[in-house]
Ligand binder design. Structure first.
Ligand code: ZN
Length: 121
């Protein structure tokens, strides 16, 4: 395979193709208290400290936490006692490694799943 063919192959499999997904970590639990008048979130401090943060225009930092709406519904209805509070780590989940740069185009390969991406400089 020529160098040119290889570049075309990389472009075809570029961006978002692969098996990696952003890591989701378990941060805590959600349960019903006070006969269902409130939901209590229990956050594991050490997991919370591992979460990625984002900063808004006024300089304040935030952490995004998510819970599955259907599961919360089941907690509210009493169908289940507890559900989880999660956090999705920043990024696309791939471990990008720079392969080479040629003609102002950089080629990256994921060391985990082999996916490739092309970034024009
Ligand atoms: Zn990957």
């Amino acid at each position: 395979m020529s160098e040119n063919d290889k570049a075309i192959e990389i472009e075809r499999s570029a961006d978002g193709v692969g098996e990696c997904v952003p890591a989701t970590i378990l941060v805590g639990y959600v349960r019903k208290i006070n006969e269902g008048r409130a939901l209590k979130l229990s956050v594991n401090v050490s997991a919370f400290e591992d979460c990625s943060t984002y900063t808004v225009a006024d300089g304040q930092s935030y952490v995004s936490l998510t819970m599955n709406a259907a599961s919360v519904s089941k907690v509210l209805s009493g169908e289940r006692a507890v559900t989880t509070l999660g956090h999705t780590m920043e990024g696309d989940g791939h471990e990008w490694e720079h392969e080479r740069t040629k003609d102002n185009v950089s080629y990256f390969t994921c060391t985990d799943c082999g996916a490739a991406k092309v970034v024009e400089l």
